[in-house]
Design a protein around this ligand. Structure first.
Ligand SMILES: Nc1ncnc2c1ncn2[C@@H]1O[C@H](COP(=O)(O)OP(=O)(O)OP(=O)(O)O)[C@@H](O)[C@H]1O
Ligand SMILES: O=C(O)c1ccc[n+]([C@@H]2O[C@H](COP(=O)([O-])O)[C@@H](O)[C@H]2O)c1
Length: 194
């Protein structure tokens, strides 16, 4: 029996961007399934839009994905973990432990991350960073698209403030940062105004 490989891609997805899309495209050939895990309570205390809005955005994002060589699934395990232990952040180590109990022995679980988090000075701040590498391993993607959620949030704020003429220009820029369904959902629900 060949073992399935599960890539665990954790992110704030605040919002999901074309940068995340590029990361997924890089990882796709190396896994049978990639799980997309929206963060529930970030270990570095990153402030994020509420979980349910980000989950809705992630569903739009997944609908926008091109056909890939692996399955893509959204996994809400972090929210369940937070409900069970509301006082503490959700650590990647604990997520991987739970997921590997769920998928083992038929599948191998690995953590997917970008180059910023892979830098030793950042990586060593992850809870049980060495154990993560030892027990599951990491798959590091490159940054080929200079697109980040921060940039999307900044552009969205300028969009809401701008006059009509300038709005069209910012909308064009946003359509290079966000996938169509995500951009539509954000504007329909007026998210990221402040
Ligand atoms: N353009 C990109 N290329 C490669 N990896 C990326 C890219 N954008 C994000 N990632 C990776 O995706 C994971 C989750 O990223 P995260 O949700 O922090 O995105 P972000 O765009 O950096 O967010 P923010 O700007 O809000 O800090 C991280 O491991 C990060 O390195
Ligand atoms: O476990 C930790 O200590 C830890 C510290 C920082 C980030 N993480 C997770 O790593 C993923 C990407 O984080 P970030 O900071 O790039 O949004 C996301 O799933 C976070 O929950 C996890």
């Amino acid at each position: 029996m060949t073992q399935d490989s599960i890539g665990v891609f954790g992110s704030a997805f605040n919002p999901p961007t074309c940068g995340h899309l590029d990361a997924i495209k890089q990882a796709a050939p190396h896994f049978t399934t990639i799980l997309l895990l929206p963060a529930a309570a970030h270990a570095f205390n990153k402030q994020m839009l509420d979980f349910h809005s980000r989950l809705a955005l992630l569903k739009c994002f997944v609908k926008d994905l091109p056909k890939l060589s692996c399955k893509i699934e959204i996994c809400g395990i972090e929210q369940d973990m937070l409900s069970n232990h509301p006082q503490k952040p959700v650590y990647t180590y604990d997520v991987l432990k739970l997921l590997s109990e769920q998928y083992a022995p038929s599948a191998k679980v690995q953590f997917i991350l970008g180059p910023d988090n892979a830098k030793p000075e950042i990586w060593q701040k992850f809870y049980k960073a060495d154990e993560i590498k030892q027990q599951w391993g990491t798959f590091v993607v490159q940054e080929q698209e200079a697109v980040r959620s921060t940039l999307a949030r900044e552009k969205l704020q300028s969009f809401y403030k701008a006059e009509d003429e300038k709005r069209t220009h910012i909308h064009q820029q946003l359509s290079k940062i966000l996938t169509p369904g995500v951009l539509h959902y954000i504007q329909q629900h007026q998210l990221y105004q402040a």
